[in-house]
Design a protein around this ligand. Sequence first.
Ligand code: HEM
Length: 62
Amino acid sequence: MPGVPNLAGQRLDYLRDALKQYRDGRRNVPVMRAAIGPVSDADLDALARWYSVQSPQPQDHP
Ligand code: HEM
């Protein structure tokens, strides 16, 4: 999706920090705050782990 970052294979600590920043409002991006919602640290950790172990896929370029 244009403008939305690829997360597959991103570093675990980077993903965990980013998700916490959206949840806590330190990154104030309404679409991401809405997507994340009020999740627990444990759930954020599980999400970050899942994305970090995915393999990046080749992207289509116009
Ligand atoms: C409706 C669904 C979603 C939309 C439209 C969306 C959109 C976006 C956008 C526009 C950004 C960049 C924001 C910025 O400039 O800081 C972003 C960042 C991010 N999103 Fe989402 N997002 C969605 C759902 C999710 C979900 C479900 C997750 C994971 C559970 C997620 C994880 C992230 C992370 C980790 C970043 C930071 C990436 C980085 O800084 O490199 N997003 N998202």
